[in-house]
Design a protein around this ligand. Sequence first.
Ligand code: NAD
Length: 330
Amino acid sequence: MANKELAVVAGGGGFIGGHLARHLLSQGYRVRVADIKPMDSWYQVHGDAENHVLDLKDLNNCRKACQGADRVYQLAADMGGMGFIENNKALCMLSVLTNTHMLLAAKDAKVKRFFYSSSACVYNADKQKNPNVVALKEADAYPAMPEDGYGWEKLFSERMCRHFREDFGIQTRVARFHNVYGPYGTWDGGREKAPAAICRKVIMAKLSGKHEIEIWGDGSQTRSFMYVDDCVKGICMFTDSDTLKEPLNLGSDELVSINQLVSIAEDIAGIKLNRKYKLDAPKGVAGRNSDNTRIKEVFGWAPGVRLQDGMAKTYAWIFDEIKAGAASPV
Ligand code: NAD
């Protein structure tokens, strides 16, 4: 427990960063959290961390964040679910400033490890046209045809991490997250992702007695969803690895359709809803799953929290937030 290394969590006021910072504190790290949002909007504020409100698009702020750091976890990004990324491509691409400046500042501060959170949105869109997917292997990112805006930025920043490692010797590690969900994340306001949005809609239907739910698309689109504890575990394994060099999938391979995800939330709530399909809503690719062959080869482990267990915890947290009258801070 006497690990005195200083770990920086960039974007730690957000969903995954808040969980990661808590875990690193529990492991004995000194933790510095930086986020652009005012602190009363952070999902988790850890009193035993050093907390800073900083816009990390700015190089000088990145230098402040990285000063004296041993390791950096770069999760800061302007992002959200499909509703956000399909309508805000320029904003998504501007995260390239954050990634560039964090890499530069980390290199100059001589940090030992730099973790970068990439996304399954880097994968070639042509391989995701069918809901009966073949799970995506790491090599499927090329030839490149990622999600417009957000995916291109992630792919570019992945390569920047690679070249900073090759040319400057900074130990970069990259994970491609596949849909992460859990408590202490966005559940309304337009940036929320499917699991949280569906929990919220089911809870509202239950509380209001209006037993109806709006589903984006026809509900046949398929995805896998990773519980946030698995994500944090993977981030730490990747960052600590001495052998891992290339980007690796970090996701569950439990494939479900959006209709099945709604059924899971209905079962948790103990209700059945009348489904209305909004066919012109943003719905992303037809199907996507994580091929976990490589992560199992490298670590002998892959995310394994069952969707219905993770959804039960997420549902319970959002239920309490709604009952308490809280608006999601983002
Ligand atoms: P999040 O939006 O909850 O957290 C991101 C945080 O970054 C936010 O708190 C935001 O305020 C902060 N941020 C944005 N711009 C900033 C800036 N200029 N300076 C400082 N902070 C800034 O999102 P999350 O779900 O926790 O995602 C974390 C990372 O993981 C992101 O890079 C995201 O692209 C990636 N990712 C997430 C998922 C997912 O399903 N949640 C999937 C793939 C990749």
